[in-house]
Design a protein around this ligand. Structure first.
Ligand SMILES: Nc1ncnc2c1ncn2[C@@H]1O[C@H](COP(=O)(O)OP(=O)(O)OP(=O)(O)O)[C@@H](O)[C@H]1O
Ligand SMILES: [Mg+2]
Length: 247
């Protein structure tokens, strides 16, 4: 049995009268590749926001490596091993790619109180940033301002930023969103190459990708988990076909 790294217990979220997640309980173990799927507005992003701490649940709890983090800040959750990327890109457009990754490493090392230009005094971190970018196929673009990269490459930079935190759990909210078909291959390669023991939860609408990547699939509809199983079980589940996959 691999270690239980992330657990949600009956996560409930209301916005006024709108019930967005309904007692969502799920578990993520080391090495998991879990896809979270469901129609637009099903509550997928809101669930990930509650896990990462950008949204407070109305009730229920979030556990990281056996610890209740429901009341912990985002930064504390990051330190406990949780990293995420966002559905919409959040990069600084003018900053060189390498600098963005260095800043993430700086943050991981608790060095952000130091002056910005002192990053140059940490060649080990610069080397780590470069090696992260190389692993993602971005080595040649390290010195470029982020805005000059293709959108698919920018999503890879976001993955580099998340991986820079050396997470145990990685949450990916639609990493392929907005990426032109032709640019998707490198993202796929990067997803395939993620560390084996990392627990990965990926929100994705592209079913080819979901069925290629996931070893388990959770289906959310109207805020509730309506199925949780292997890709084969999900593909053949009549309730899922009705709610989401279609005939
Ligand atoms: N801050 C908010 N205030 C009010 N309603 C919200 C808020 N955030 C999300 N919602 C609503 O909650 C519901 C679920 O939204 P959410 O973004 O979690 O869905 P999703 O499954 O991620 O959808 P998509 O596949 O389109 O990304 C939607 O009806 C949305 O309008
Ligand atoms: Mg979403």
């Amino acid at each position: 049995m691999s270690a239980l790294l992330l657990e949600t217990r009956e996560l409930d979220k209301h916005y006024g009268g709108l019930h967005v997640t309904r007692k969502v309980s799920l578990q993520l173990h080391a090495g998991d590749r879990l896809a979270l799927i469901g129609p637009n507005g099903a509550g997928k992003t809101t669930l990930v926001n509650q896990i990462s701490g950008t949204v407070a649940p109305s009730s229920g709890s979030v556990w990281l490596a056996g610890e209740d983090v429901t009341r912990r800040s985002q930064a504390q959750r990051v330190r406990a091993g949780l990293a995420r990327t966002f559905q919409i890109t959040t990069l600084a457009p003018h900053l060189p790619v390498q600098r963005q990754v260095e800043l993430a490493l700086f943050e991981r090392e608790g060095l952000t109180h130091r002056a910005w230009r002192s990053i140059d005094g940490y060649p080990v971190l610069a080397a780590e940033a470069h090696s992260l970018l190389r692993d993602l196929g971005l080595g040649e673009h390290a010195g470029w301002p982020t805005e000059r990269l293709a959108y698919g490459e920018q999503r890879l930079v976001e993955m580099a930023l998340a991986l820079a935190l050396r997470p145990k759990v990685l949450l990916l909210d639609e990493p392929m969103a907005g990426v032109p078909q032709g640019d998707g291959a490198r993202l796929l390669t990067a997803l395939d190459a993620l560390p084996d023991d990392l627990a990965v939860l990926i929100i994705e609408h592209d079913m080819d990708l979901v069925f290629r990547l996931a070893r388990r699939i959770v289906v959310l509809a109207e805020g509730a988990v309506i199925a949780d199983g292997t890709p084969d079980a999900i593909r053949n589940d009549p309730v899922v076909r009705g709610a989401y996959l279609g005939g």
